[in-house]
Design a protein around this ligand. Sequence first.
Ligand SMILES: Cc1cc2nc3c(=O)[nH]c(=O)nc-3n(C[C@H](O)[C@H](O)[C@H](O)COP(=O)(O)OP(=O)(O)OC[C@H]3O[C@@H](n4cnc5c(N)ncnc54)[C@H](O)[C@@H]3O)c2cc1C
Length: 359
Amino acid sequence: MKIEENYSLKNHNTFNVDVKAKLYTEVSSVIDCLNILKTYPKEKILVLGDGSNTLLIKDWEGIVIRPIIKTIRKVKEDEQFIYIESGSGTNWDHFVRYCVAKNYAGIENLVMIPGTVGGAVAQNIAAYGQNITDTLVSVRAVDIKSKKKVMLLPEECGYEYRRSNFKNKWRYRYIITSAVFKLRKNTKEFELSYHERAGRYGSILEELNSFAKEPYTIQDVMQAVINQRAKRLPSVDEYGTCGSFFENPVVPIKKYEELSKMISELQCYPVEDLRYHIKDWAEYRKEDFVKIPAGRILDELGWRGRWIGNVGVSEKHALCVVSNKEATGKEILDFVHEMQKDVKLKYDIDLISEVNIIE
Ligand SMILES: Cc1cc2nc3c(=O)[nH]c(=O)nc-3n(C[C@H](O)[C@H](O)[C@H](O)COP(=O)(O)OP(=O)(O)OC[C@H]3O[C@@H](n4cnc5c(N)ncnc54)[C@H](O)[C@@H]3O)c2cc1C
């Protein structure tokens, strides 16, 4: 295991922010994780995947640990299901394509999401009607505090829309080493319900019908998602970005009705399907709330395509903050604060960052 000193993280975060880690190492096994914790018991630890949902503001005065554990293996299978374990350092998109090639279904709509398997578990990724928690069975990790191996079940991980304990109360507590997924074998049933009610990009089914015929294969479904993502999202090769910067707000229905008088074609979505974070949730009924697209609100305020210096908003999607890869973390954060202030002032909505801001 090589330990680098004063190491630039520019190539380890998709905003390409050039900050340094006092110490940096890559771990390729659970033993490596335990060894590094024993060797540096006092250092502050930041675990980083591919940094595709992380905004680094300043140098990290501790050790950055990057898991590169990439083993993929079958745990067990029966007639209907197969359980596959992947190391946390596997590229998520690679893992999806590996499963699709074998006709294992359940994560095909999550293709092309940047980052690692560990990052996906921590961030609770979702796209096009699929959530990682639909198939996640267990997570293996090393507890930084006790320096012991643990196995965590999804119900312990505090999963809510775009949130998890790994992101919040367990931040800096675990190094996720692998995760097990339960996937369906040779299925003909796919998640095709995603549609944009008023957007310019249409539905998954429309995309699918533009090049395939029923019965659709899992490869067709994955291709439809790939086509949609290419239209909607900025490329990480061209821009610095973490994709959507903000969570879609959940608001009371009354608030939505007020907003829709001011913002044309503002859609709303029920909150039953996903677990959303609402303050004092117990006091309310889910039926009283709706999710609204933050991108439409930002679009209305003219943020799409607007730039200030090295930082801007994608022409493709008003929720995607982009940079020219030269921006500092502080410049990006200042830009994001301007967007938040604008939305608060005009519509009294607090936009919450989906991206982890590491200060
Ligand atoms: C163009 C683009 C499109 C995107 N589209 C989507 C999308 O459709 N849906 C979606 O949900 N997200 C999307 N994202 C966000 C991002 O890709 C995901 O959140 C991804 O899972 C992050 O993985 P990562 O390895 O880069 O995590 P990082 O950014 O490196 O880390 C994220 C968090 O997880 C922690 N972490 C990472 N690995 C580990 C580990 N092994 N152990 C413990 N903690 C760990 C980090 O400490 C950090 O707090 C998009 C991003 C981009 C740039």
